[in-house]
Design a protein around this ligand. Structure first.
Ligand code: OGA
Ligand code: NI
Length: 358
């Protein structure tokens, strides 16, 4: 029996290596015309199911709230107050909301998605040069960052880069998407700083509070490419996880797939043209002592005939050097609400989270 397990797991590891060594990701498999997905992508079906029926008190809900942030210049104080109230409720109950009138132009959103599509669809020879698993590099293209540690792989590829506080040199970025990555990350930073002001007020703090403690200092961009999947019931695009950031700004395209877990039920997030998804990450949950929640979410395997792309901008310094310690904010804890977490650096926190995989 033991020998059997050894042979089976040996096969699995060599299959993973074979896939990794192609350096062209899931997109490479699709280009090769696979009609059945390799075994290592199979997820157990009970994990994929929407196991729990929707509880009666949530039956009236269909998806995450939408908040109009007035182009970032509210016409009157009532509109501003309403937006802050909406953000507060959404951050407490869902950990997710969608913003409209966010001030980032639709043209730039489209160009950003075209850039991601362009990178993943350019010739394999160019893509391969960026492929790897050394995450200390400026720009890394890979498939399944936890390929060798997770129980099953996901049907998607991605590339990642830290864009702030020390932006990469233009020549460290692929020519096909460098300009748009630089422009979009600047716009995402501006939007993030504005959202941290509203979030500070939603917590009853001075509007500069979260920016002053550097929540908006670091930005890591993660650009996903989910090719069409020939057997979408057997796998997933991105497994269940929460984000380890303070906050995430997520740009989606019009192919569905994102789901958010609330009270054991998977809610679909239907794509809305021009909108951006905002979600609370683990670090914001930590510093708010669980007032705001970092919800688990996932992406179903792509059933469409074209690839789905998305761009996640994580506000965090991640694995980069940052000596600041974060713990529950003094202003939010009391004798009745003692700190639920100890103080920790972002690097220590992220290292622990990454080791766990998705
Ligand atoms: C993420 C994420 C969702 C998506 O990158 O953390 O949840 O739709 N992405 O790609
Ligand atoms: Ni996520």
């Amino acid at each position: 029996m033991e020998t059997m397990t050894k042979i089976a797991s040996y096969d699995r590891v060599s299959e993973l290596k074979g896939f990794d060594e192609t350096k062209t990701g899931v997109k490479g498999l699709v280009d090769a015309g696979v009609s059945q997905i390799p075994r290592f992508f199979h997820h157990s079906s009970d994990k994929l199911a929407n196991h729990k029926p929707l509880s009666s008190d949530l039956l009236h809900l269909t998806t995450i709230p939408t908040i109009d942030i007035g182009g970032r210049i509210f016409k009157d104080t009532i509109m501003r107050k309403n937006a802050i109230k909406g953000i507060k409720e959404a951050s407490e109950k869902w950990g997710f909301f969608q913003v409209i009138n966010h001030g980032v132009s639709v043209d730039l959103l489209e160009k950003m998605k075209d850039g991601v599509r362009g990178f993943h669809e350019q010739s394999p020879e160019v893509r391969k040069q960026y492929y790897g698993r050394d995450f200390s590099k400026e720009f890394v293209y890979t498939s399944n960052f936890d390929l060798y540690t997770s129980p099953a792989a996901c049907w998607g590829d991605s590339f990642t880069c830290y864009m702030a506080p020390n932006p990469p040199k233009a020549h460290d970025l692929p020519a096909i998407c460098r300009d748009v990555m630089i422009e979009y990350s600047k716009q995402a930073m501006n939007l993030g700083e504005f959202l941290f002001e509203l979030l500070s007020e939603a917590l009853g703090l001075n509007s500069n509070h979260l920016n002053d403690i550097d929540c908006s200092m670091g930005l890591r961009m993660l650009c996903h490419y989910y090719p069409p999947c020939p057997e979408p019931d057997l796998t997933i695009g991105a497994g269940k996880h929460s984000d380890s950031s303070f906050l995430t700004v997520l740009l989606l395209d019009l192919i569905e797939g994102l789901q958010v877990l609330r009270d054991g039920y998977w809610f679909d997030v239907p794509p809305v043209p021009g909108a951006l998804i905002i979600n609370v990450g683990d670090l914001l949950q930590l510093i708010t002592n669980n007032k705001f929640i970092s919800s688990e979410h996932r992406v179903l395997a792509n059933r469409a005939t074209r690839a789905r792309v998305s761009v996640a901008c994580f506000f965090t310094t991640g694995l980069r050097h940052n000596p600041r310690m974060y713990g529950p904010m003094r202003e939010l804890v009391s004798e009745d609400n003692p700190p639920k977490y100890r103080e920790i650096t972002i690097k220590e926190f992220t290292t622990h989270r990454n080791a766990k995989g998705l």
